[in-house]
Design a protein around this ligand. Structure first.
Ligand SMILES: *Cc1c(COP(=O)(O)O)cnc(C)c1O
Length: 391
């Protein structure tokens, strides 16, 4: 069968979580009480006023027909108003905002909008796998830009090979970062804009964790930096901010020509976001934002519990300023730095699922990711089990 698949599919990296999925299934079957810190998917419900909005909108036959490809103007206006208020970025809802069926959809389709077979796309490593895999599906070539602990998981743009930089067409970026939880300030984005200008690059900045920040940190928009609108766009999403991963609604804002490229792909492969969901999206973006604050208070408590627990279990970890992830080195006391070996070990010995860093790229090796998408008691229980492993 394999030889009948397109080259893009057969070139995708191997699925590294298979062994862990398998052992997780086995353990569950045996009745092991698994604590899953692997999945980055909010366990908290969507706020009620958003659910009420979708219920009302679903009753209206106007919303039962094909939506427009670029999304309802009212939703795009709500996005523009939100970007103005929150990011101090002015965008024209007509052609500088594009509604997406979740930001993943737009990210993946951007590969098909800008990359021909053999073209080069810079992407961070470790990273959310979609940047790399969409590039591969488009028969283009991913170029890994390492994110290292020494540089606080920010790419060293000066170290990118000049020849590769000249040839590359796009650069994917993501801050606050999944999986490292790293954050940046606007000065880093300025460097990116200069680099993009020098090398004629399209910058695709992915910002779904912009509202998931702690301790007074405010995540900047890439577009807030001078010149950014000329070179790039930013993806954002309602998924993580409003606990709406299942609803599939996100958006892109920024350079109109770049957005138009993605829109052309979308016009030919999908039919837009269900309008009732867009109406709910308007309720989310224009309604009261205290639900976001309450969520972040929950994540902050969870973060503090797990950071402290990991440290007392001998796992060094930095306290992140954003996202719902902790990114930790495989402890030195463990016999190998293999993130898969360590993940299998904690699953077998403690019934805890964590994500091995290698699953996010070669430079993720030696690290593991913990997601904060379970309640406090379960996190406490996980910490107790991890402490027990030291003995
Ligand atoms: C969760 C996530 C997304 C996808 O969000 P959707 O809008 O639900 O598709 C995109 N990028 C990163 C880095 C993510 O972690």
């Amino acid at each position: 069968m394999n030889e009948r698949y397109a080259k893009g599919i057969t070139s995708l990296p191997p699925y590294l979580f298979a062994a862990i999925d398998e052992r997780k299934r086995e353990a569950r079957k045996k009745g092991v009480d698994i604590i899953d810190l692997g999945i980055g998917d909010p366990d908290l419900p969507t706020p009620p006023h958003i659910i009420e909005a979708v219920c009302r909108a679903a009753q209206d036959p106007v919303n039962h027909r094909y939506p427009s490809y670029e999304g309802m103007l009212e939703f795009r206006e709500a996005v523009a108003a939100w970007y103005k208020r929150r990011m101090h970025v002015t965008v024209d809802p007509e052609d500088e905002v594009l509604t997406l069926i979740g930001s993943k959809e737009g990210i993946a389709h951007s590969a098909f909008a800008f990359l021909d077979p053999g073209d080069i796309a810079h992407g961070p490593d470790p990273a959310y796998p979609v940047y790399h895999n969409a590039t591969v599906l488009a028969n283009a070539i991913p170029h890994a830009v390492p994110l290292t602990e020494e540089r606080d998981f920010k790419p060293d743009l000066e170290r990118i090979d000049e020849e590769v930089a000249r040839q590359a067409k796009v650069m994917f970026l993501n801050y606050p970062n999944n999986p490292t939880a790293a954050t940046v300030d606007a000065s880093f984005f300025k460097e990116v804009v200069d680099f993009a200008h020098d090398h004629n690059l399209i910058v695709l900045h992915d910002n779904p964790y912009s509202e998931l920040t702690f301790d007074g940190y405010e995540a900047p928009s890439f577009l807030a930096v001078d010149g950014a609108m000329e070179v790039g766009i930013e993806f954002n999403s309602l998924s993580k901010t409003y606990n709406m991963t299942g609803w599939r609604i996100g958006f892109a804002v920024g350079n109109a020509e770049i957005l138009k490229g993605i829109r052309i792909v979308k016009t030919n492969v999908d039919s837009g976001t269900f309008q009732a969901v867009q109406v709910a999206g308007i309720a989310a973006l224009t309604g009261p934002q205290d639900c976001v604050k309450r969520n972040m208070e929950i994540y902050r408590k969870r973060r503090d519990i797990l950071v402290e627990g990991l440290r007392s279990a001998g796992i060094a970890v930095k306290k992140p300023k954003a996202t719902f992830y902790l990114w930790a080195r495989v402890p030195q006391s463990f016999s190998t730095s293999s993130s898969i070996q360590f993940s299998l070990f904690v699953l077998e010995r403690a019934g805890i699922v964590v994500t091995p860093g290698i699953g996010f790229g070669a430079h993720g090796e030696g690290f593991i990711r913990f997601a904060l998408c379970v309640g406090e008691e379960r996190l406490q229980e996980a910490c107790e089990r991890l402490k027990g492993l030291q003995k």
